[in-house]
Design a protein around this ligand. Structure first.
Ligand code: SAM
Length: 209
């Protein structure tokens, strides 16, 4: 998978490629999906959510330009797979999920794999995680209608926010927003398709269906 679907599509970040080769994706998918774990598409998980396509996980981790000492916030834990990849590349990761059952499942798998520098938090990630801010990178794995101000406020100087923005599930674009002092510099990384980001600075619960 790493060679064909990730490096083959232009991901060059060696640490991300190593993580994609190392983290056992089959541990993060429902039992009946294990055979499909390394296929090149997202898969359904509990609570009507998805584990993202491997390439998209690698693209976002690479776009976040992570270093080994970085403090990272992931919004949207889902299965915990993306957090595991971030945890292999960065220093310390907080991942926040609004569905408690998903958070508990992810915490178990991450614990089993010994990824003890990945902390799973239950809550509304559109508000970030002020207790651990500022972050060198924030990776949002659900589509936001607009960029949540709270996340921009929790970015360290030089920090990168990687976030899909636009109406879910169509018309979303992946953005990387870099803080340079008081300035925010935006790169557009292409079209993507994610479940909606639901919360105080996201979409309404009604948009989830
Ligand atoms: N990174 C995940 C993985 O590797 O499995 C994929 C996540 S899935 C595409 C998006 C997740 O974002 C869902 O689990 C959803 O419940 C969660 N989510 C949506 N809005 C949220 C919010 N405001 N705070 C935290 N999690 C949220």
């Amino acid at each position: 998978m790493a060679r064909r679907d990730i490096a083959g599509r232009g991901i060059r970040d060696e640490a991300v490629l190593r993580a994609m080769r190392t983290v056992p994706r089959e541990r993060f998918v429902p039992d009946e999906m294990v055979e499909l774990a390394y296929e090149d598409h997202p898969l359904p998980i509990a609570e009507g959510q998805t584990i993202s396509q491997p390439y998209i996980v690698a693209l976002m981790a690479s776009a976040a330009e992570l270093g080994p000492g970085d403090r990272v916030l992931e919004v949207g834990t889902g299965s915990g797979y993306g957090a595991a990849i971030l945890g292999c590349v960065a220093g310390e990761v907080w991942t926040i999920e609004r569905h408690e059952q998903l958070a508990l499942g992810a915490r178990n798998v991450l614990g089993d794999l010994g990824l003890d520098r990945v902390h799973v938090v239950v809550g509304d990630g559109t508000l970030g995680h002020a207790e651990a801010a500022p972050f060198d990178a924030i990776v949002v794995t659900a589509g936001a209608p607009t960029v949540p101000a709270a996340l921009l406020g929790q970015l360290a100087d030089g920090g990168r926010l990687v976030i899909p923005v636009g109406q879910a599930p169509w018309g979303q674009e992946l953005l990387r927003i870099r803080r340079r002092g008081d300035r925010l510099v935006e790169d557009r990384l292409g079209g993507v398709r994610f479940v909606p980001l639901i919360g105080a600075q996201g979409s309404d619960v009604d948009d989830e269906s």
